[in-house]
Design a binder for this molecule. Structure first.
Ligand code: NAD
Length: 539
């Protein structure tokens, strides 16, 4: 690796995006030290992976107690670093993490229990087989700033529940929230070194971690652009990756939808966390005559959201996380309006007496040939488009390179199921959005440029495991496909193919008759015990 630029080595300065006041300074991890941290984690994991599930469960339950005790302090850290409303810090960060811990404590053992593999083929009837799920070793978790605690924490908890060590690299914008992950597992009694946090810029500390020897999988959550770079780096070591990337979720409001609920759902789906949600609603498609009242209702409600410093419990919309993020959103809105989108409400910086990176909740009508129609907005901006019918809606919804989540709004359950089956997404919700991220029994992940692999649930646990097949064979049945090879054995296998895999009694009976000689040879071979029956058997 090239020499470390001094600008990247300095400590991380954390700023509250609402007030621009300094929140704290965090020491960056020296990239040269990352390898040793991984080695220590591997050392701790070697013991941990062999401990009984009861010990893993105890640590997870202790961690839940620590999170509950520290709820206010965790939420305060998240609000200070991201500016998000206090209520969202409690629900989407603390609640979600507790849900994961309790689900994992209850279900990890069953999800990873050894499974019997049934053999029904006649030539394998004497076999007994099992699948076991073994720990990978050390898992690297590289995280974004938008859910700076719950994303790395739930992923680390899943890794630990599967018998692994976890090394977390939080976003450089939210290092203090990320630091809680190590602190909670330490207080919960996890073995020293098992859960570690490394701090620093992604292109330096993140990349060093991804490339570190001893990492068994990289779980990356972030933008598609960085995800691609991480996957390339991991591929150099043939290290598997899970990619949880961006989204541009569509919301399909069908003509029979409950208008009031759809408006409130769109409001929350588009503007909670200031729109900085991977599965935030960015595109709304409204069928027929519902379009006009929907746009009026949504824009009226958007203009009433309380904007401000997230520490005030009445605040519903905080700032964007950085100046760069606000500039990105402003550019997308200007470009869209320039290309013909109608600005119905918002579009500017609110006058609320705070210096932070605020942006008004913004509703645009139209799907212009502009960047906004293709790129992830990741801000408090949504486009609304009238669709003529369901086919039109499905076609537009699927016309994105992203495919993380989608929602259907209708009173007709059968219709909802039918539309859901045709939407390209990792999750499709009916008359709601995104909530399943917070219910750990449901796997989370996307398709297309939203990534691949799954976190949470049984699927997330297994993704952080090696699946291994093992069997038991008494050694008394000699496999008839072993040496020696000859014409009679080949004839026998021709016959056996139709007997085992052919359809219908007539087909099987004919095959037995035609190949009776060869089948008899195979039978004799199989019945002779082990190596004794093999010696010199050329028949
Ligand atoms: P980002 O891609 O800029 O950074 C994510 C993480 O990667 C950070 O910790 C960063 O330091 C690190 N990083 C950057 N360059 C790296 C490199 N070369 N090697 C290793 N690590 C590197 O993303 P962000 O701006 O922090 O987060 C916003 C994005 O995350 C959005 O696109 C959002 O949709 C996505 N996201 C996806 C999900 C999901 O579940 N699919 C959830 C939350 C956020």
């Amino acid at each position: 690796m090239s020499a470390t630029p001094s600008s990247l080595r300095r400590e991380l300065r954390v700023v509250n995006p609402a007030t621009l006041a300094e929140v704290g300074l965090v020491d960056g991890t020296e990239p040269e030290g990352v390898g040793e941290i991984v080695a220590e984690a591997r050392y701790a994991q070697e013991q941990w992976g062999r401990r009984p599930f009861a010990e893993r469960t105890a640590v997870l339950r202790n961690a839940a107690r620590v999170v509950l005790e520290s709820m206010d302090a965790i939420a305060a850290t998240v609000v200070a670093e991201t500016g998000k409303p206090l209520l969202e810090a409690i629900t989407a960060e603390v609640f979600v993490s507790l849900d994961a811990l309790v689900w994992l404590a209850r279900h990890a053992e069953r999800s990873l229990r050894r499974e019997r593999v049934p053999f029904s083929q006649p030539h394998l009837l004497h076999k007994r087989g099992w699948l076991s799920y073994e720990p990978l070793g050390a898992v690297a978790i590289v995280s974004p700033w938008n859910f700076p605690f719950s994303i790395p924490f739930t992923q680390a908890a899943t890794a630990v529940a599967a018998g692994n060590a976890a090394i977390v690299k939080p976003s450089e914008l939210t290092p203090l929230s990320g630091a809680w992950v190590e602190e909670i597992f330490r207080r919960a009694g996890a073995p020293p070194g098992l859960v570690r946090v490394v701090q620093g810029p992604g292109e330096l500390v993140g990349e060093t971690l991804v490339r570190a020897r001893g990492i068994g999988r990289v779980v990356f959550t972030g933008s598609a652009e960085t995800g691609r770079a991480v996957a390339v780096r991991a591929a150099e070591r043939l290290c598997p990756v899970t990619l949880e990337l961006g989204g541009k979720d569509p919301m399909l409001v069908l003509r029979d939808a409950d208008l009031g609920r759809a408006i409130e759902g769109a409001l929350w789906g588009s503007f909670s966390n200031c729109g900085q949600i991977c599965s935030g609603v960015e595109r709304i498609y409204v069928e027929g005559d519902l379009f006009e009242p929907f746009v009026v209702g949504l824009s009226t409600r958007a203009a009433t959201l309380t904007i401000g410093d997230g520490r005030d419990p009445e605040v519903e919309l905080g700032p964007l996380v950085s100046e760069q993020q606000r500039t990105h959103v402003e550019e997308l809105v200007a470009d869209a309006v320039g290309a013909g989108a109608e600005l119905v409400t918002g579009g500017g910086r609110p006058d609320i007496g705070l210096p932070g990176w605020f942006h008004e909740p913004t509703v645009l009508v139209g799907e212009p040939a502009a960047r906004i129609s293709a790129e992830e907005i990741f801000g408090p901006v949504v486009t609304v488009v009238r669709i003529e019918n369901i086919e039109d809606g499905i076609r537009r919804a699927n016309a994105s390179t992203f495919a993380l989540g989608a929602s259907v709004w209708t009173r007709d359950r059968a219709q909802a199921r039918s539309v859901a089956s045709r939407l390209e997404a990792g999750s499709v919700w009916t008359n709601d959005v995104a909530y399943s991220y917070g219910s750990c029994q449901v796997p989370w992940g996307g398709r297309k440029e939203s990534g691949f692999g799954r976190t949470h649930a049984r699927h997330g646990l297994r993704e952080l495991s090696h699946v291994k097949f093992t069997d038991a064979d008494s050694g008394r049945v000699a496999p008839p496909w072993w040496f020696p090879y000859n014409g009679r054995a080949a004839d026998g296998f021709r016959g056996a193919a139709a007997v085992v895999y052919g359809r219908g009694a007539a087909v099987r009976a004919r095959s037995v008759w035609h190949h009776r000689g060869g089948l008899a040879t195979l039978g004799r071979r199989a019945l002779r015990h082990g190596s004794r029956g093999r010696q010199g058997d050329r028949r």
